[in-house]
Ligand binder design. Sequence first.
Ligand code: NAD
Ligand code: TDX
Length: 331
Amino acid sequence: MRLLVTGGAGFIGSNFVHHAVRDRPDVQITVLDALTYAGDEASLAPVADKITFVQGDITDADLVDRLVAATDVVVHFAAESHNDNSLENPWPFVQTNVIGTYTLLEAVRRHDKRYHHISTDEVYGDLELDDPDRFTPETPYNPSSPYSSTKAASDLLVRAWVRSFGVRATISNCSNNYGPYQHVEKFIPRQITNVIDGVRPKLYGTGENVRDWIHVEDHNSAVWAIIDGGRIGETYLIGADGEMNNKDVIELILELTGQPRDAYDLVSDRPGHDMRYAIDSSKLRTELGWAPRFSGFRDGLAATVAWYQANEAWWRPQKDATEAKYVQLGR
Ligand code: NAD
Ligand code: TDX
């Protein structure tokens, strides 16, 4: 099978490529990635001789057409992915997440290729802390931020291209990922690398906000289950029952790094900050027999802390510029 992976130099995409090289020797991989501030070819260094890497933009219709023509399956990870950035400048989010997805869909339509679309639980908006319900594939879309609204728009394009043009596509909406190669702008790596630098972690607002954490390896095994057995036109929610509030996550990071559990600072809140995400992944589990391998968040987080401690050369070049952006935001 020939596979085109967009965004393969980013966090989840690079882990997906590692996973594929390790477990799917029959798959020939081409990565298309623009290497924005969030993409890093170093994330693919361990598998560089096993894949083809193309630096380019998913909004470049001619390039996308050529690459899609030469593949069997497209897995679309590329996106602008950080909520805080989308609040400062939404335009790259509209460009990459909406126009980029449109460009890919038109190419898979022309060449009749199988397409899997990677999306987020944030398209559903947020839940109250005491809401007994979780997100399901039937939950109405209600995105809050420029990031999540552009992801929602891209999902709706996919659904329309399936129904109107018969494109052979599936969609997955996953909860918050953690693991190796995640950019230091994101919550967990930001706090781990702050502690390594002797800086106190930064908790937005009161820290009551809940995220539903999943290890990136479990996200990617679910993506494979959908590529292999997912029904065309269907949406699958990916989650590992990992709800935890941000305060508890910071305290766990501090404990795992040998610091006092209260050695963090409260900073100003993110505007429009979603309160809680929670995924009901029973469709994926019952229909495709998927189950997460990382059962305990504590063990997965400890392994992630160890990875950042051992791989400073990978994250150090991004750290100062990332923190300088946060200083401007007052967070
Ligand atoms: P990331 O920001 O780490 O990586 C994104 C990658 O896309 C980077 O390598 C970047 O260079 C590339 N890219 C950006 N714009 C591009 C363009 N115009 N053309 C080509 N490449 C471009 O993001 P991530 O956290 O790995 O997220 C990957 C996907 O998973 C996204 O679609 C995101 O919405 C989705 N998702 C992420 C999470 C999470 O917790 N991180 C959860 C659910 C879904
Ligand atoms: O320094 C911080 N302090 C803090 O309290 C940062 C960076 C974040 N937070 C909070 C905000 C969120 O409640 O932590 C939580 C997680 O923040 P992010 O890592 O920015 O993730 P989130 O906004 O939840 O979105 C993530 O999950 C869904 C990904 O970035 C998205 O790409 C994905 O779609």
